[in-house]
Ligand binder design. Structure first.
Ligand code: UDP
Length: 327
């Protein structure tokens, strides 16, 4: 299939692109490079450097490349930033997304896989979280993603748009070529590895007074390659109707302290930690039930071991000490 990947220059988008290419699809990456990196884009794709709100370029892209389906990953995705700047999140995650849906309608493209988030659930009463749990986002990031999911539902009913909304838990790890490189970095695993590499002095733990076994937040880390494989499966199932899936590994999840400890084991280096205040908008625990996608699509997160995830991220960091900068 000919697939438009919005946000294909980003961390997860670049790995999804790799998996789509290895599955034999033709990929057009559409990215404004606000967060993504040109160097992460495979040479086997066409690249369109533009914003989703640029209706003319977007329309031309659909027509010129005869796009048949969309994987929509272009978004802002930082909880803390979204609390400080909700306008940015509603603009980039909702308004720009609606521009994409309108361009799809104009081009007659009916299939979309959407990068959603566990942040749509907020602070659920039950863990692990099933897709049927109520949605009560505690931050504008989750709220803006949920708003777009609602649009998808109504576009499905009215215009026969078929969507798969994939609610990511914590994407982590790296492929051989593509890894996580944000500036500034805010995610726990790369931050812990930067501390191991000596490019930062310590990891600040955002609160150790949560109602969790060791007081630090618990998350469900999923290898970015496993996550990417789920997009291929979801794309192949759209003919049979729209659906929403959690993408996490389930189990008990890992606390911030457990992640730092695992990073010490993998790197063999000291990683100093300090406890700081809570980060606004952070739920105490987010752990998925991924039974639905495993049952319905046969998804198998084969790389779910936390040490395998951290090891891949560490290898990528050692090979790319400056991330994508200078490549
Ligand atoms: N975290 C932390 N220190 C950091 C970065 C993150 O304690 O420097 C915590 C954060 O509060 C959350 C968990 O690590 O509980 C994972 O955060 P991350 O930003 O990696 O992903 P998120 O859960 O926000 O998607």
């Amino acid at each position: 299939m000919r697939i438009l990947v919005t946000g294909g220059a980003g961390y997860i988008g670049s790995v999804v692109t790799e998996e789509l290419l290895s599955d034999g699809h033709t990929v057009v990456v559409y990215d404004n490079l606000s967060k993504g990196h040109r160097a992460s884009i495979s040479h086997s794709t066409e690249f369109v450097h533009a914003d989703l709100t640029d209706a003319e370029t977007l329309g031309q892209t659909f027509a010129q490349h005869e796009i048949e389906a969309v994987v929509h990953m272009a978004a802002d995705s930082l909880v803390g930033e979204s609390v400080e700047n909700p306008a940015r999140y509603y603009q980039n995650n909702l308004v720009a997304g609606l521009c994409l849906l309108n361009a799809m309608r104009a081009a007659g493209v009916q299939h979309i896989v959407f990068s959603s988030t566990a942040a749509t659930y907020g602070e659920p009463e039950e863990q692990p979280i099933a897709e049927t749990a109520p949605n009560n986002p505690t931050n504008p990031y989750g709220a803006s993603k949920l708003a777009f999911e609602h649009a998808l539902r109504w576009y499905d009913k009215a215009y026969d748009l078929r969507y798969a909304s994939l609610r990511y838990f914590n994407a982590a790890g790296a492929s051989e070529r593509c890894g996580e490189s944000h500036d500034p970095e805010t995610h726990l695993i790369p931050i812990a590895l930067q501390a191991a590499a000596g490019s930062r002095t310590h990891v600040e733990i955002y609160g150790d007074d949560y109602p969790t076994p060791d007081g630090t937040c618990v998350r469900d880390y999923v290898h970015v390659i496993d996550l990417a494989r789920a997009h291929i499966l979801a794309l192949g199932a759209l003919d049979q109707g729209s659906r929403i899936y959690n993408l996490g590994c389930g189990g008990a999840g890992y606390s911030v302290r457990e992640v730092i400890q695992a990073a010490r084991r993998i790197t063999g280096r000291p990683i100093p930690e300090r406890v700081g205040p809570r980060r606004p908008g952070d739920p105490a625990i987010l752990v998925a039930s991924a039974d639905k996608i495993k049952r319905e699509l046969g998804w198998n997160p084969a790389l779910q071991d936390l040490e395998v995830i951290i090891e891949s991220a560490w290898r990528w960091m050692l090979t790319n000490p400056n991330g994508y900068h200078g490549t």
